[in-house]
Design a protein around this ligand. Structure first.
Ligand SMILES: Cc1cc2nc3c(=O)[nH]c(=O)nc-3n(C[C@H](O)[C@H](O)[C@H](O)COP(=O)(O)O)c2cc1C
Length: 186
């Protein structure tokens, strides 16, 4: 079973759900959402609509509290935990060992089993505020990245976004504890 964590990069929700649909054809999916991803309505859609779609794709209730995320590790064994989309906020928390959201807690709980975490980054500050977290996590055991690139170098010069269509291949390699290459999209 694959854990599929969603955090508040709302503009990436459609691409993330497309990836979720694709993965659901091959894997059982356990959905997990950060508080913000779970409850905020934004210009990209209503939270309740996204929640319904996720439930319908996975056939499961969404883990959205820290107590519900805690058993990932002691009793819910996952083959891989995908964070898609991963905000700069969540990335920085993971890098710093902060676990005050359901997603950060799920990552911590899962890493205790020394199983892979795969990060699908989408953040406007990837080459500024979140850059130290990327650097730290590139050196962390059991943490892998979906290939990423600058998505709009002149309009958003510090932004990085992953290649969502590479998720199935990156996941399949991460399950075998391998990093897809190239990490930086060409
Ligand atoms: C409409 C909207 C779009 C956002 N898009 C992004 C994004 O693409 N990447 C990002 O890192 N943060 C984005 N944010 C900010 C995050 O939602 C914010 O940092 C939040 O605290 C993330 O919490 P979480 O990581 O626990 O989900 C966006 C916020 C809003 C309201």
């Amino acid at each position: 079973m694959i854990g599929f964590c969603m955090t508040g990069s709302f503009c990436s929700f459609e691409k993330s759900l497309t990836a979720m649909e694709k993965l659901a054809q091959k894997y059982e999916i356990l959905p997990i959402m950060s508080d913000n991803a779970y409850k905020l309505d934004t210009k990209f859609g209503k939270a309740s609509d996204f929640r319904e779609r996720i439930k319908s794709i996975t056939g499961k209730n969404i883990i959205h509290t820290i107590p519900d995320a805690e058993p990932i590790g002691p009793s819910i064994k996952l083959d891989c935990l995908l964070v898609c989309p991963c905000t700069g906020n969540t990335l920085s928390k993971i890098a710093a060992g902060i676990t005050d959201t359901p997603v950060a807690m799920a990552v911590k709980a899962h890493l205790r089993n020394e199983r892979p975490v795969l990060i699908a980054l989408a953040t406007n500050d990837g080459l500024s505020g979140s850059a130290p977290a990327i650097g730290k996590l590139l050196q962390r055991r059991f943490v892998y990245f979906v290939p990423f690139a600058q998505d709009s170098p002149f309009k958003k010069p510090r932004s990085l976004v992953c290649e969502f269509d590479k998720i199935p291949e990156a996941l399949s390699l991460a399950i075998d504890l391998k990093q897809i290459q190239p990490i930086i999209s060409t």
